[in-house]
Design a protein around this ligand. Sequence first.
Ligand code: SDX
Length: 394
Amino acid sequence: ETGHFTYDPGFTSTGSCESKITFIDGDKGVLLYRGYPIEQLAEKSDFMEVCYLLVYGELPDRGELDKFKYRITYHTMIHEQINYFFRGFRRDSHPMAIMCGVVGALSAFYHDSTDISDPVHRFVASTRLIAKMPTIAATAYRYSMGMPFAYPRNDLSFSENFLYMMFSNPCEEYVVNPVLARAMDRILILHADHEQNASTSTVRIAGSSGANPFACIAAGIASLWGPAHGGANEAVLSMLEHIGTKDHIPEYIARAKDKNDPFRLMGFGHRVYKNFDPRARVMRQAAHDVLDELGVRDDPLLDLAMELERIALEDDYFVSKKLYPNVDFYSGIIFKAMGIPTSMFTVLFAVARTVGWVAQWNEMIEDPMQKIGRPRQLFTGSGPRDYVDIAARG
Ligand code: SDX
């Protein structure tokens, strides 16, 4: 006897919920943040303005934006004791492991922002999470490199500060490359939110029980880490490096089509998009722009990725299954050109997606009808039966 799906107001059995934040039309390849097309935001906005839009629902005026930027800037530093958590990790720990641990540890601090019934607490927790993620991410990187930790600088923009905290050397002056800062800002915009993806759903369902917001974001980081989700950007680079040259592409295309082969074309396909992921188009152009501006001609990885995309999009298997490049297909090429190590690619995704997680968490908590998430199941196990003593078992 099997069970059945029942509708749960908090989450239906498919895990869906109501939201006003991000709209996706997977068939048309449309992505809107609070109604604004991602293409326009990536071209004309900046990450701080997009953070304000996602959290508050409207584009800010100059005064609102300056006040928001000030609040974020003056929360970028982390409690000095938190630095001890990094030193408990092995130097070769994956930075996403460190992010899970350190962000989760924030739940043991900041008791003035963990009472989720208090709007002020929610506001402070949200601000701290958006502001401190780059500092924690950069510190995880510096720890893995054996470099002294860098404190944030209040005279730099969010993206400039992130690059500064990642790459500055205390023995010499560090000048932020405006090309890299602009590229970082666009990439953060493209990754900021994406409706009810696996990690956002994780944050929502963790938060639906009233759990500590910092711990909920740590749960989102854990989900994002997987290669089927945010970990795909790191896996794309590894795949391209394994393919090596264009003449090996057909072999990997064949493997991706072989149901007996677990290999999948990383950076391709999407649960929702059955057309081009609009972010992939912007990312592909950004890859060209950044490489041009950095004077990198004929980057072999970009050439290989473009050829792989061309061949896959002409292949009946990928066409019939509507598999197109997604946001992760080109992002790693840009990150690599920016000097960011592969192990940090998903960390950057987490830095960007924190605002989406925070916006979606707030939207859920503020909903007076919100209930604890409790997806149901289709039971396919054994029906009722009586206990058998071990002496009588075969
Ligand atoms: C992100 O949800 C989000 O919004 C996520 C994200 C976000 O911003 O939060 O957009 C970010 O996670 C992007 C996805 C990154 N992951 C990858 O690039 C990993 C490679 N892609 C696949 O693992 C896969 O496409 C998924 C996980 C993204 C989607 O998996 P699904 O839901 O199983 O894919 P599907 O239902 O669209 O699959 C349709 C068919 C299946 O074959 P059949 O069962 O019909 O025979 O296409 C096949 C899949 O096996 N398929 C692939 C494939 N992706 C799907 N075959 C080969 N290579 C692939 N990449």
